[in-house]
Design a protein around this ligand. Structure first.
Ligand code: HEC
Ligand code: HEC
Length: 441
């Protein structure tokens, strides 16, 4: 009772915090700059699991272990000071500053040409100019990128997200380092909770909207359901901007760090531009392909937003007995798939209770979820679980199920949804998962 009241009290305080005190979201100072990247760029992570203990300390504290176990990373501090200064200036030319965030796809094309053929005062051929225009158009329309929205997003980000995700979107904000799992570093371009279908770990706008609305249950990522759609969209515009900016910086740095003789190489604006266009095009391709199609049976009997079990239809009509038998069969088949050799149970040991931590794409540690607990980070609707299983969780090394039929995945979804609810499990499976449990009559 007291606990419940306290929870309510917290909620009211939180609501007041979000909508109440101080409506203004101050802009960034005009002279504020994004800091150049200094943390290591991770290009390979060890695949084996490593420890049962929850890691302590900031994100970078696991890096020595990562290298020890065969992971590979590059340090920006090995770039020459001249290169770093040059890169910093160019990145600012293409991406602006915190107070004026904007992606300039081709800043040089706005200057006058210096004598090439086929130009029309922009330094570009007619063809290039059209392509550029089209890309700018798509950036605005499909990735919600325009000066006002991005700037507003920046102000809101400063207030609601920066303390965890950091000014540069590196997941290393003032409180970020000490939170576990660590806040997302947007600069890799990878996300966990995606429903996209062509590039692994790359999000649809919809996925970001879903994350912001719901938060990530079981982690410190809060829900921003109390903000209005307009504000959330503006924030997402800024998150995408940070992600693209960070990914360009990362790719260009890496290119030079991997070169044998990087001391003597000059950085050209051309390279930034090529990298930027490639990354924007990939974002657009992901949006064009849209979301995975969720099989119809998984869209029936949806449970409420808080999720409470696999949604066995309890209404006492004639079909309910039939559908219960169908569910039981699906759960049974899902259980067998889960337990079969080389499958889920290999990582989710003892249904995840005894799972070991392993490295994720950011070089921090992540544990295959304890599936006997009710919380699912990416949501517990059947559709959410379907996305997680079909796509895997790419940055966390959970494999996708590309070779599985939808029928198999449906069975797995039913099983995964039922695991935390012993009463809904067929008796033999219940005993396997909860050997000590005695259900009251
Ligand atoms: C209290 C800290 C905190 C705050 C504040 C916070 N986040 Fe997060 N956020 C996290 C953590 C922790 C994760 C990673 C959870 C995980 O890895 O499962 C995360 C993950 C994310 C992700 C990645 C989801 C995915 O699919 O990988 C996005 C996007 C995100 N946050 C956006 C935001 C935005 C935008 C704001 C502000 C409106 C915000 N966050 C505020 C802690 C925070
Ligand atoms: C290579 C190891 C590995 C395998 C194999 C694996 N998983 Fe996972 N799984 C993970 C990790 C790691 C996470 C946690 C990801 C995170 O929090 O970033 C996870 C998380 C999950 C989640 C939670 C998703 C959420 O929203 O929180 C579910 C459900 C899940 N796995 C089901 C399965 C099923 C079913 C299979 C077999 C088809 C499977 N896993 C196979 C490693 C694995």
């Amino acid at each position: 009772m007291i606990k419940g009241c306290m929870k309510k009290g917290c909620l009211i305080l939180y609501i007041l915090f979000v909508i109440g005190c101080g409506q203004s979201n101050p802009p960034f100072e005009e002279d504020r700059r994004f800091a150049p990247r200094t943390d290591p760029i991770i290009v390979r992570i060890p695949t084996a699991e490593i420890t049962k203990n929850r890691p302590e300390g900031p994100i970078d504290s696991t890096f020595p272990q990562l290298v020890e176990r065969g992971g590979v990373m590059y340090r920006p501090e090995n770039l020459s000071p001249q290169f770093q200064a040059q890169l910093s200036n160019l990145i600012q030319e293409y991406f602006g500053t915190p107070a004026h965030p904007l992606i300039h796809l081709s800043p040089s094309s706005h200057e006058s040409a210096n004598g090439t053929n086929e130009t029309n005062g922009t330094g570009l051929s007619e063809n290039d100019r059209l392509q550029l225009q089209q890309l700018e158009h798509s950036l605005t329309n499909q990735l919600m990128h325009n000066p006002e929205q991005c700037q507003e997003g920046g102000r809101l980000y400063r207030r609601h997200c920066l303390q965890c995700h950091g000014m540069e979107g590196d997941g290393r904000g003032p409180t970020g380092s000490w939170i576990f799992p660590h806040p997302r570093d947007f600069r890799s371009g990878f996300f966990k909770y995606v429903s996209s279908q062509n590039h692994p770990g790359r999000p649809l706008i919809n996925d970001l909207q879903r994350t912001l609305k719901r938060g990530i249950p079981g982690t410190s990522m809060p829900s921003f359901a109390l903000l209005d759609d307009h504000s959330r969209d503006a924030i997402i515009s800024f998150v995408i901007y940070l992600s693209i900016r960070g990914e360009v910086e990362r790719a260009v740095m890496l290119n030079y760090l991997q070169e044998e003789d990087s001391e003597n190489t000059e950085l050209s604006a051309n390279e930034i531009e090529r990298t930027l266009k490639k990354i924007v095009l990939r974002w657009l391709e992901v949006q064009d392909h849209g979301a995975l199609k969720v099989p119809d049976p998984l869209l029936e009997n949806q449970v409420n937003e808080n999720g409470s079990g696999p949604g066995i239809n309890s209404s006492s009509n004639e079909n309910s007995a039939k559908s219960e038998i169908k569910f039981a069969n699906e759960i049974e088949r899902g259980y067998r798939l889960f337990m079969s050799a080389g499958s889920c149970s290999q990582c989710h040991t003892n249904f995840g209770r005894d799972a070991l931590y392993r490295f994720d794409a950011w070089g921090s540690l992540v544990k295959p979820l304890d599936l006997t607990q009710k919380e699912r980070h990416g949501g517990d609707f059947a559709a959410d679980i379907y996305y997680r299983l079909k796509n895997g969780i790419f940055p966390s090394q959970m494999p996708s199920l590309t070779n599985f039929s939808d029928a198999d995945i449906i069975d797995l979804v039913r099983f995964v949804q039922a695991i935390p609810y012993p009463r809904q499990l067929p008796p033999n499976i219940r005993t396997s998962i909860y050997p000590d449990l005695k259900l009251e009559k």
